[in-house]
Write a protein that binds this ligand. Structure first.
Ligand SMILES: [Zn+2]
Length: 274
């Protein structure tokens, strides 16, 4: 009986032990479940302010994780562009116009052998434009009645012509030399006076020719182009020489003629000859 009792007791003990073990297992299972749940919850929680969490996933850079965190535009509006200081000096490129006299209109004066004034003028004008451009200037090659001359507004305008091929046997001084003039009723007399002075001085220095002052005519001082350009544009007309007596330098040493004209323009633009 005792054995039974003990057996009973033993059985009861064993029952209670079994129940305790089950309870312990339950506790362990619940604890594990709770721990797993806690871990899971921890992983699934919304972002913590901790920097370490972000750093633990370095590959999730904001640009590659569009669903994480608040949306930030990839292109943030840039502030207004910096304003250039108004005191910054701007280097203006000088601009001048060169008219090839009679070009696009007529031949101008003509020699008995067919040499025309326009071909002399155009050769000189083209070379002058090329030389000015090589010096860094803007230079326009213009026809006698070029449409661009209406209201033409630049730093200077020079029209190139040559004198007649007639003999003038009684001329005193002889029909040789050059002359320069500006419009007779100038709106910018100081500037035009300086442009004429620069051209005359430089041209004489380069070519060795004389200023043939007493043959300046109304054709020069009332030259039509002076009334077409903007009246603030300093303008001058140069008669580079007489086609008969100065033929050699006009046709064979045009380089000196061109250099004299360009020197005069540079003298004026650079503020020399004051
Ligand atoms: Zn002419």
């Amino acid at each position: 009986m005792a054995k039974r009792t003990s057996g009973h007791a033993s059985a009861a003990y064993e029952d209670s032990l079994g129940a305790a073990l089950i309870a312990l297992r339950l506790v362990v299972v619940v604890s594990c479940a709770a721990a797993i749940g806690a871990m899971f919850y921890g992983l699934q929680r919304p972002e913590e302010p901790s920097v370490g969490t972000v750093e633990a996933i370095p590959y999730l850079t904001p640009s590659l994780a569009p669903s994480v965190g608040p949306y930030t535009p990839s292109v943030t509006p840039s502030p207004d562009p910096p304003i250039e200081p108004s005191s910054t000096p701007t280097v203006a490129v000088p601009r001048v116009g060169i008219v090839a006299g009679h070009w696009g209109s007529d031949t101008g004066a003509m020699c008995p052998d067919g040499l025309t004034e326009v071909e002399i003028n155009l050769d000189i004008a083209r070379r002058a434009v090329y030389l000015l451009q090589s010096l860094g200037y803007q230079a326009d090659l213009l026809e006698e009645y070029d449409s661009r001359l209406q209201g033409y507004q630049t730093d200077a305008l020079v029209s190139i012509h040559a004198d007649s091929c007639e003999e003038f046997p009684n001329a005193d001084p002889p029909a040789s030399g050059f002359k320069v003039a500006s419009v007779e009723d100038s709106m910018v007399p100081e500037a035009e006076g300086r442009l004429v002075g620069c051209l005359a001085q430089s041209y004489a220095a380069r070519t060795g020719m004389y200023f043939h002052a007493n043959s300046i005519t109304y054709d020069m001082t009332r030259y039509h182009t002076f009334y077409e350009i903007d009246d603030r544009t300093p303008g001058a007309i140069i008669e580079t020489g007489f086609m008969l007596n100065d033929r050699y330098i006009l046709t064979q040493r045009a380089d000196l003629v061109v250099q004299g004209i360009v020197d005069g323009i540079v003298c004026f633009i650079e503020g020399e000859g004051q």
